[in-house]
Design a protein around this ligand. Structure first.
Ligand code: FAD
Length: 337
């Protein structure tokens, strides 16, 4: 297969350098596509914001998130992957090759594009929240719940995700406080029934987290009753912020089909999007699992899908070119007779 690889025209451009994008890079590079990865505003992705990752296969004693992502990137670079700093600011998927702009100035062309821009968990926006991220504050109960065996923890939020997280945490934590700023939950009735029937859960209504306390590790929360303004301290060792995720897909909205939250639709059992030649993987298209291993898995799928698509497209193009050449030859022959 012939890959287009001038400096600004590539056969495969991968947008994003988290678990999905870097896995796609490893597979695309090993398929000889010489991929270009645009690393974006957060090289390494969400895992660089956490400490211990204990559920990524292959690491018996776990591994630090930033170290894991350094390994991903080094492995991608070992093959012929070019990693470039910059953010894709606009795309044009109306014709092929696709047109991408980096940092509002540099133009790139791509025969295939793999979108691996991930999602951003929503946080409360408190200064101490970012400081204590990975030291008691988390946005992922599946990832970090295990670290809170026998401790008291809190979950902020009132939707299905918050209750799912709270119920998941009942396996480890001693007690879970669900803090919600209203007097009613948004979660589905069935989730509410499950939550209300757990003796490990209790609800703190009409309350917001005003501050997060602790020097090196989370030690408690400063709560404020929204109606009265009354404050109190809740001593907990963990805080799971469960107020949703925002997929980083704004720049693709004009071109690709997405759900109401902005997760890109992919065809079942594949990474094909609504535009042929554009593939999506990782958290940008996954509102259900959102794990490093599932992101990596779908990154692998995207590279294989892109490689096969290029192969088929190229074979088809050469077949048509061959047929046109043959027709021209026949026509020339006829005209001479
Ligand atoms: C605090 C925390 C702890 C977690 N712990 C675990 C855990 O223990 N185990 C686990 O399996 N999962 C964990 N997760 C979830 C896991 O991090 C994600 O599922 C995974 O990172 C998703 O990978 P991704 O490549 O799809 O996206 P991301 O990791 O979000 O990476 C997205 C990439 O896209 C880039 N990007 C975004 N926009 C653009 C743009 N316009 N142009 C170019 N590049 C762009 C970013 O710079 C980034 O490199 C955790 C998440 C958080 C937040």
């Amino acid at each position: 297969m012939k890959a287009s690889n001038s400096d600004h025209h590539r056969s495969t451009i991968i947008i994003g350098a988290g678990a999905a994008g870097l896995t796609a890079a490893i597979y695309a590079a090993r398929a000889n596509l010489k991929p270009l990865v645009i690393r974006g505003p957060k090289p390494g992705g969400q895992l660089v914001t956490t400490s211990n990752v204990e559920n990524y296969p292959g690491f018996i004693n776990g591994i630090l998130g930033p170290e894991l992502m350094r390994c991903f990137e080094a492995q991608a670079a070992r093959f012929e992957t070019e990693l470039r700093q910059g953010t894709i600011t606009t795309v044009d998927f109306s014709q092929r090759p696709f047109h991408l702009v980096v940092d509002r100035e540099q133009s790139l062309l791509a025969d295939t594009v793999i979108i691996a821009t991930g999602a951003t968990p929503r946080y409360l926006g408190l200064e101490n929240e970012q400081r204590l991220l990975g030291r008691g504050v988390s946005s992922c109960a599946t990832c970090d719940g295990f670290f809170f065996q026998g401790q008291d923890v809190a979950v902020v939020g009132g939707g299905d995700a918050a209750l799912e997280n709270a119920l998941f945490l009942t396996r480890f934590a001693d007690h879970i406080f669900v803090i919600h700023r209203r007097a009613q939950l948004r979660a589905s009735k069935i989730m509410q029934q499950l939550a209300f029937s757990s003796s490990k859960l209790s609800f703190i209504w009409d309350t917001r987290v005003k501050d997060i306390l602790g020097d090196e590790e989370l030690e408690g929360l400063l709560l404020e009753e929204v109606k009265t303004g009354e404050t109190s301290i809740l001593p907990v060792k963990g805080l799971f912020v469960s107020i949703g995720h925002r997929p980083n897909t704004e720049i693709f909205k004009e071109w690709l089909e997405m759900d109401e939250l902005g997760y890109i639709f992919t065809q079942p059992d594949s990474t094909y999007t609504s535009v042929a030649g554009v593939f999506a993987c990782g958290d940008a298209q996954d509102r259900v699992y959102r794990q490093a291993v599932t992101a990596a898995g779908s990154g692998c799928m995207a590279a294989i899908d892109a490689e096969r698509w290029l192969q088929t497209n190229h074979s088809l193009k050469s077949k048509i070119a061959k047929e046109i050449k043959q027709l021209k030859f026949m026509l020339g022959k006829k005209l001479k007779e």
